[in-house]
Design a protein. Structure first.
Ligand code: SAH
Length: 364
């Protein structure tokens, strides 16, 4: 007997494939994350100790505070334009922006100049962000999509956004490169396959000598780079994108479902698990240089937070809260761990060509 689909989204996708044929991995990922009715980010709080996964701003307040101070330095390097917009893409629970704004409270002129804009498609998370930022007393504006931002001097921050943007997977078969798809197996369960037609678009150089079975992942960041170029056509723009992934384009399947802090098979619970894939920072950097931006040399999270003074910030916090000193120290150690988040996460800095190099990056 055929087992029933595991979730309402699995059921909807099973029907969609039965009626319309195979869908691409990209369409599958997109549905799992942003389907208006059943998508993971539309329906679930997702992030935090008690939810499915935990992110840097939820681990330590120093993360958001340092990014806030970084924003102040970047704003000053632009000539302290007033007004300007401080934008966060995919703010989750709003913790990072709340921590950033607290640290920025003492920067002269900042509060009067700043307009806060959050790019967040999820109504559930918008509500949490409203609560987190309510105490700041500053006006906050929400938009659904980065394409909705208006031209202005801008500083953009994004932590763990790229990894949830859908990817395309292309597989080398005995008959050449084919896009990976999702089909129904003999028992009507969701499973992977490949398209019948050959893949005709360009592939990265690593694909040239890849063996049969090799897999390439592509993620189109040109809509984000293009949106930044539009808001920055006449105004200065500086942006930080922090995420986990690899420095150079490689081969291999990194698509992963995560629920309650553990990885699980991708088809186990569509719409109820987070679905992510590593960021290819070589491709990401190219998307921004192609759109006319300067890109800083890639830093690891550990190098970047170290350069911004996380050790000093943590010791000041510890002296102010001696009862919590051990907890603060452990949280910061987790963000900086050389074998963990400190090196797995990378920081991509992007700026308008007219601006000086961004703070916190190696200039050599
Ligand atoms: N930055 C937060 C949350 C990371 S989770 C943190 O570090 O804790 C990913 C976030 O991106 C969520 O807020 C999710 O709703 C949002 N998101 C997903 N797709 C998006 C898109 N296309 N544009 C903007 N935000 C998106």
């Amino acid at each position: 007997m055929t087992p029933a689909p595991s979730t309402p989204l699995a059921k909807a996708l099973t029907r969609r494939i039965a009626e319309g044929g195979p869908i691409t991995v990209r369409a599958f990922m997109d549905a799992c994350l942003t389907d208006p009715e059943h998508g993971y980010y539309r329906t679930r709080p997702a992030i935090g100790g008690a939810a499915d996964f935990i992110t840097a701003p939820e681990i330590s307040q120093t993360f958001g505070e340092l990014l806030g101070l970084w924003s102040a330095v970047a704003w000053q390097a632009m000539g302290a334009p007033s007004p300007f917009q401080l934008v966060e893409l995919g703010p989750g629970r709003g913790t990072m922006m709340a921590d950033a704004l607290r640290a920025l409270g003492r920067v002269a002129g900042f509060a009067a100049a700043v307009r806060i804009v959050l790019v967040e498609p999820s109504p559930v998370l918008r509500e949490m962000q409203r609560t987190a930022l309510g105490r700041t007393g500053l006006d906050v504006q929400w938009v659904d999509d980065i394409g909705d931002l208006v031209p202005a001097p801008s500083i953009l921050l994004a932590n763990e956004l790229f990894d949830v943007l859908p990817i395309t997977q292309v597989v080398r078969t005995a008959d050449g490169w084919r896009e990976r798809t999702v089909v129904l197996d003999a028992e009507d369960r969701l499973s992977f396959s490949v398209a019948r037609e050959p893949w005709l678009s360009p592939l990265p150089a690593v694909a040239a000598h890849a063996p049969v079975g090799a897999l390439v992942e592509l993620r189109d960041l040109s809509p984000i780079a293009g949106a930044l170029a539009r808001i920055g056509a006449r105004e200065p723009v500086a942006a930080l994108f922090i995420d986990y992934g690899h420095e150079a384009t490689g081969l291999g399947d990194t698509l992963q479902a995560v629920r309650r802090h553990a990885a699980e098979p991708v088809f186990e619970a569509p719409g109820k698990a987070d679905l992510t894939a590593h960021v290819d920072f070589e491709a990401a950097a190219r998307a921004f240089t192609d759109a006319g931006f300067q890109v800083e040399r890639l830093s690891t999270q550990g190098e970047f937070l170290g350069a911004l003074g996380i050790a000093e910030r943590a010791s000041r916090l510890m002296s102010a809260n001696p009862a919590r000193a051990g907890e603060i120290e452990m949280a910061v150690a987790r963000l900086m761990a050389p074998e963990g988040m400190g090196s797995r996460f990378k920081v991509l800095g992007v700026r308008s060509p007219g601006l000086p190099p961004l703070p916190g990056f190696h200039t050599a």
